[in-house]
Structures are given as C-alpha cells and as structure tokens.
Design a protein around this ligand. Structure first.
Ligand code: GLN
Length: 551
C-alpha cells in the first residue's frame, strides 16, 4: 500500500495528516448518500488508502435499535453490538471493513454524552451550548475515529437533507472541521438530484442551485457535486451547474441510475471522482485498481442462471427493512453465477400451509425473516411447515429459527400449543423462551443480546458442510432463545442442534436431518456477507435452490 503519510524535511515521518470527506445530501431524502459514500470509500480503498467510515445521524434516538423498520429500514448490527443505521451495512459491504459503534453518531448519543459531562462537572461554571459543546463532541467523535482506526481518510456521511433543523449542529461541526484540520485536508461532497421534467424531459438544475444555497447559508461551500440523474448530463449542463454552484466543472460528477448499486463505484471511477478527491486532498495519485470490482459487477449483470427465492417477512412494504438479507442473497447469486429474484411475501397474509404453498409455488428456496412481536408469526410457521414437508430449501433467521423450532415441536413432536413466550407467555410448551440474562431487563434500548458471539459447529452436520469449520462467530440481536428443556425431546424426533454457544450452551443453529437444505440460525448471517464473499448459509441456500430447481 502506498503511504500517503507526508515526509518531514529531515526525512523522518511527521504525524499522519488525516483527511476528511463530508457527504451531505440535498433536494430529496433517500438520494443515495449512503451508496455514494460507500462507493467512494471503496474507490479510495482500491487506491491503497486506509478509509474510516462513519454516519452522522441527526435523529434524537440514541441508536437505530428502537426505530420501526417500516420508517427507518433495517437496523444494522456491528461486531461490537451497536444497533445502527442501514447505511453502515453499505459501508461494510462496499469497503469490506468491520465497523464499530464509533461509526454511528446520532444526536441522541451526542447530547447524551454532553449532558453526562455536564452532570459530572466537566464544564463547571460554563453555560453548555450547541456551539461549542455539542459541536466539539461531534468533532471529537470524527477525529477520534480517524485516530482509533489509524485512517488516512475519514469519510463521514451526514444523514437527512440540507435544511433540516435537526441537522444544523452536524453541519456546523463539519464546517468547523475545515478550520481545525486545514483547508486542503477537508472536502465537502454534496449529493443532489437533477430531475428531468416536462414533455421533452428537460434536465433541471434549479433544485441543485437551491440546495447548494442552503448549504452556503450555513457556511459550507461544496467542493464536489454528485448529481443523481436518470439521464446523462452533457458538458454544457455540467458547466452550467458548475457556474451557478461555484464548483469546478470537473467536480460535477454525474451519478446516473445504474442496474445495480454495485455498479456505482465504476460509474464514479469513469467520472474521475476518486482521482479528483485524491488530487484535491494532496494525496498521491495511485492506481485505481478496479478489476476485482469489475468482475463482481460483470457477474451480477451477466449471470447464466436464474432462480427465485421466497422471502417471508412482515415489513415487506419497505424494501429497506430486510436490505442486508436481500444483498446477501444477491451475493450468493454472484457466487453461483445466478440472478436471484426475490418474491416478497407478507407473513400476515399467509392463512394456512396450503396458502403458503400457493404463494411460494415456483420459488426454489425460502427465507423466513427476523422480527419482533406476534403479528404474522403464524404465517411464518405455515411457510416453514411447507418447506420442511416439501423439501424446499429453507433458511430461517433469528425469529425465523424460532418459528422453525415451534413448527417442529407442534407438527413433528405433537406439542400442539408449542410457542414462544415472547407472544404467548401462557403457552404450555415454551420451546422458545426469554434468555436468563434478559430476565431483569426492562429498558428496550441496547439491551438485547447484541453483536458477535462464538458458536461451535458440530462436525458431520449440514452447518459444518456449509461453513467448512467448527469455530465461527456471528452477530446477534435478540432476547429469546431455544429452551434447552426441550432439547432432548426435539432431538429424538430428528431436529439437529448443529451450532451451540461454546460456554453458554445456547442453541444457535438447528437443522432437519434428511431434508436437502433445512437450516436456521439464532444469529444474523446477513450482516457478514460481502459481494465477493457470500455468507456460507446463503451460499448453501442458493446452491440447494439451484439443485431443487433442476429437479
Ligand atoms: N423477537 C425475537 C427475539 O427477540 C427475534 C429477534 C430477531 O428476529 N432479531 O428473540
């Protein structure tokens, strides 16, 4: 890796000068700041730089763990158990890094820390204010991440849209960063929309001008504009945007819609985005090295096979609610050279096993999603039953595993009213029950079993075949667990406990012997999948689905 560390005049290495990139968004929400940040992070990594990524989220929740997936999309869990925004998933998948809780900074966590310091007396005598106390706290987090990761570049995405009231302290903090870190070491990247309107699909630059004006009002002059557009923007239009928004014409980056999000880094490279960034930051202009990524995209765009997978969940109206699961299935498709089409099925609508069959018909595999609460769980159980009885490849995740256990207990062991105490505290057969360590927990935020846990895989099982190892670690997010009081009874009836926590003896993976692919896990494998390293459980599912389809 080329070292971008500046050399001192005497030949010794001076302290590393960290560069900062700030990504903001304008015009509309969901404009693609996350994918923009992740893609740029990847390109800079490809050029040999050590990139740290973080998201500054203006909402007042301390973390994303207490937010409804309908509104906010998936809650992404890091190795160290932080419940974060789904954009962190994009960062991990694109840049191929493991993030920590340091990568997620929310208004709630910032104010929480400031108030704690105030109570402790850290500001004794002072009046605690947004500027400088809150902004200092934000800047400390940004700078701190650069230090703890020894990064060359810290890339921070500001959530929300320029002009939002709650985003102001973050914008003020990143404005100040230019003074703190030195003008040449900070770049502001603004993601904006270039709509095409009217019968002639005229490209309109006005919303971008207005959004840049909002940014200037708070003292930030963008250096680069990333223009989301459905139609190519020509040279004249780029020059017009450059003139009105006061950026250089080569700093107007066209981000045209792509077939797959994984194409965006290549679109950016073509536009000279990462080249511009390293030049502007005074970093060595190294090789872009995009060949590995190009291969990934080539496999996504031109697969030779095609397979459809049913995904049963209750938040299917928001495509972002299960985004890591969808991405992981795609990664497994990349591995097996297959386009994986997803059929989203609302678990609340499944009325019976026959109904599950009718809805799943034509699919070659089934995923039953994680979830909380009672809504839709009987539909999930019916879908599992159909997969178990018909030999349809099945992967159950977290609640999906719990539903598989209940289905097995009811329909194979004859424990007709078997259930989870999460939704049925009075059940005579609590095959899924609250974990012991959860008994005294009353707060909802950050109190689940969270983050990386070890798991020992039993040799000779399906889990062992797909993982190819006996020692794994996976990320968790749950309160309930398999009830070990039922272990023997279910094992005798053919349920295999193929992955167990080495010390706590918690059941982490189950499978049904004799079925081509029936496996479920208490953890979330979807958080660890990468486009070029499909997660074993998803890879196994797609492999089995292709075999199933061939029959
Ligand atoms: N609601 C279940 C539990 O808390 C499952 C959680 C999940 O699917 N993430 O154990």
């Amino acid at each position: 890796m080329p070292s971008p560390t500046p050399q001192s005049a005497t030949g010794g290495t001076t302290a590393k000068q960290v560069r900062y990139l700030f990504v903001t968004g304008g015009v509309v929400s969901s404009i693609g700041k996350g994918i923009t940040s992740a893609s740029l992070g990847r390109l800079l990594r490809n050029r040999g730089f050590k990139v740290a990524m973080l998201k500054l989220d203006p909402y007042i929740n301390v973390d994303a763990g207490t937010m409804n997936p309908y509104q906010h999309g998936e809650c992404f869990v890091t190795d160290d158990g932080a419940e974060t925004d789904l954009d962190l998933g994009h960062y991990e998948r694109f840049v191929d890094i493991e993030l920590t809780r340091e990568a997620s900074v929310t208004t709630g966590s910032v104010y929480g820390a400031v108030i704690q310091k105030e109570r402790r007396g850290d500001y004794l005598g002072g009046t605690v204010q947004v500027i400088p106390h809150v902004t200092n706290e934000i800047k400390e987090r940004i700078v701190g991440l650069g230090k703890s990761t020894d990064a060359d570049i810290v890339l921070a995405e500001v959530g929300g849209t320029v002009g939002d009231i709650e985003g102001l302290p973050f914008l003020e903090a990143i404005r100040q960063m230019k003074r703190d870190a030195g003008t040449g070491n900070v770049l502001y990247i603004h993601v904006t929309l270039i709509p095409a309107v009217g019968p002639w699909n005229e490209v309109k630059t006005k919303p971008t001008q207005h959004s840049v004006m909002r940014l200037r009002e708070v003292g930030i002059a963008p250096d680069v504009l990333v223009c989301r557009t459905g139609r190519p923007i020509n040279k004249e239009q780029k020059e017009k945007i450059a003139l009105f928004c006061d950026v250089d014409a080569d700093a107007v980056i066209e981000a045209r819609d792509a077939d797959t999000i994984y194409e965006i880094p290549l679109v950016f490279e073509e536009e000279g985005f990462s080249d511009l960034v390293v030049r502007r930051l005074g970093l060595p202009v190294t090789e872009p090295r995009t060949s590995t990524w190009r291969e990934i995209v080539e496999r996504i765009v031109h697969p030779t096979k095609d397979v459809e997978i049913a995904v049963v969940g209750k938040y299917i109206q928001n495509g972002d609610a299960y985004i890591s699961i969808a991405e992981s299935l795609g990664h497994a498709g990349i591995l097996h050279d297959a386009r994986v089409r997803l059929r989203w099925i609302d678990s609340e609508e499944i009325q019976s096993v026959a109904d599950a069959k009718a809805r799943i018909e034509g699919c070659s595999g089934l995923v039953v999603c994680p979830g909380f609460g009672a809504r839709g769980i009987e539909g999930k159980i019916a879908a599992v039953q159909f997969a178990r009885e018909s030999g349809l490849p099945f992967l159950g995740i977290c609640l999906g595993m719990q539903m598989a256990v209940i289905e097995f207990a009811r329909n194979v062991c004859g424990l007709v009213d078997a259930n989870t105490t999460e939704t049925s505290p009075e059940t005579p057969h609590p095959v899924i029950d609250l974990m012991l360590e959860q008994a005294d927990v009353s707060d909802k935020g950050a109190t689940m079993r969270l983050g990386l846990c070890p798991c020992t895989v039993t040799p000779g099982t399906l889990a062992h075949t797909v993982y190819g190892t006996t020692d794994i670690t996976e990320r968790h997010r749950h309160r309930y667990e398999f009830n070990n009081a039922y272990r023997e009874q279910l094992a005798n009836a053919g349920l295999r406990f193929s992955g167990v926590h080495p010390e706590k003896d918690l059941v982490e993976i189950i499978e049904v012997a004799g079925h081509p692919y029936f496996i479920a896990c208490q953890f979330h494998p979807e958080f660890k999948s990468r486009p070029d390293r499909a997660h074993p459980l998803f890879a196994g599912l797609i492999d089995a689905a292709l075999t199933y389809q061939a029959k």
